[in-house]
Design a protein around this ligand. Structure first.
Ligand code: BGC
Length: 409
């Protein structure tokens, strides 16, 4: 038997089915309905290589999952592959030499030529070596609107932020939450960032997040952004939900008018069989400044001494980037593919808007690509407090924000 197997393998040299079955534990924080449907595409594609995906989903979102992931890696109990957001979240692990160098496979497969935009691969690169595979582009710059909520309230579905704010009283009168915001730091600070781009403009946002200008953070233009955020927290005061997908569920059911959330929300509308343009609308850049940010997810592979594991880790990286997997995964995830050379004609209206903005170059880096995990955490703490404590006025919040930007790294 053994002889036969090795002969078969020799005959089928280097084909995926010849690879011996290796189990890889893969950690991620994709536990909502849409996310689970999407990650199942990765598992299916990897299992088709003859290896086995062992799912290591961690509930509670990225803020809960990342410390667990990091401590397992540092503590000597690493998984075989793990999700992080594009950018700087894994930089200390890479610098400590704990992550597998993927440069050989990246070079062999020409990742530099196929991954678009280029910044995604740059975020995986440390000292010229590639340590992760970007799998999608997720943008924060969206608001998702419930057609049912507006119909119930006898109001028109807004086409931009100003109309959205103006329609809030009608929604409230109809017993709806105009703007639902899950009460977790990453969600409140995410919403603030989106309002910043829409109300303050791209240049102001860049001065603060790219140049780390405390002066820009203290400017009167930025005060206007805080005023808009104040209006947003008032519109969302009856939200009473924590998890982002429970907030999306309120939009789906027509209990809330809208949610500012990344385009992973799209996965929830899909599993609820809602149709973009008919049951819900999406406005990139809050219908004001139509840009998308190029955040998203990348997979890293903690080093392992077993060569079979290393081989399977590289196979998984390759599968995640393959044309077929990119299409199947991203259609379910609501994200855009990281390669431009694939047929994504099945994309819905919202994805098409995103693809067009991407093709026109209307992109911003994501906060995770620009700010350290520490700075991001401090900004999240500030905004969850601002959102939940109506006694914190705009002046106090802006002054604290300025201090954080001054110290940002
Ligand atoms: C990830 C998304 C995920 C979302 C909510 C983000 O950090 O990039 O893939 O769907 O968190 O869990």
């Amino acid at each position: 038997m053994t002889v036969m197997k090795s002969l078969l393998c020799a005959g089928a040299l280097l084909t995926a089915t010849c690879a011996s079955a290796t189990e890889l534990e893969v950690t991620h924080w994709w536990t909502s309905g849409g996310e689970a449907a999407a990650v199942a595409e990765f598992a299916k594609a990897f299992d088709a290589t003859g290896n086995t995906w062992v799912d290591g989903a961690i509930a509670g979102g990225g803020t809960t999952a990342r410390p667990v992931i990091v401590s397992r890696i540092i503590g000597g109990d690493p998984m075989h592959a793990t999700q992080f957001n594009h950018g700087r979240q894994a930089e200390e692990l890479v610098e400590a030499g704990l992550m597998l160098d993927l440069t050989d496979i990246a070079t062999a497969e020409g990742w530099a030529d196929i991954i678009h935009p280029k910044g995604l691969l740059d975020s995986c690169t440390v000292d010229g070596k590639i340590y992760c595979v970007p799998v999608n582009i997720h943008s924060w710059q969206w608001i998702w609107l419930s057609h049912k909520a507006y119909k119930d309230a006898g109001a028109k579905v807004p086409t931009n932020w100003n109309e959205f704010v103006a329609s809030a009283p009608a929604l409230e009168a109809a017993g709806k939450v105009p703007l639902v915001v899950g009460q977790q730091g990453w969600q409140t600070s995410g919403a603030f960032g989106v309002i910043n781009v829409a109300v303050g403009g791209v240049d102001l946002w860049k001065k603060i997040n790219v140049d780390k200008s405390a002066e820009a953070a203290a400017s009167p233009e930025m005060t206007k952004v805080f005023e808009a955020a104040d209006a947003a927290r008032k519109m969302s005061k009856n939200s009473k939900v924590g998890d982002w997908n429970l907030a999306t569920a309120m939009v789906i059911k027509g209990e809330a008018g809208g949610q500012i959330m990344g385009d992973w929300a799209q996965g929830e509308f899909s599993v609820a069989n809602q149709v973009a343009g008919k049951d819900y609308s999406c406005l990139p850049g809050l219908g004001v400044n139509e840009v998308i940010s190029t955040g998203g997810d990348a997979f890293y592979f903690p080093k392992n001494k077993d060569p079979e594991i290393t081989k399977a880790q590289k196979q998984l990286a390759s599968v995640m980037l393959s044309k077929a997997t990119q299409v199947a995964f991203n259609l379910k995830k609501g994200s855009l593919p990281v390669r431009g050379d694939i047929d994504i004609s099945a994309a819905n209206d919202c994805m098409k808007k995103g693809l067009k903005i991407l093709a026109d170059g209307g992109i911003l880096p994501s906060g995770d690509q620009l700010l350290s995990a520490d700075t991001t955490g401090q900004i999240e703490d500030l905004f969850v407090e601002f959102w939940n404590d109506p006694s914190m006025d705009i002046k106090t919040a802006q002054a604290r924000y300025v201090k954080l930007i001054k110290l940002a790294d």
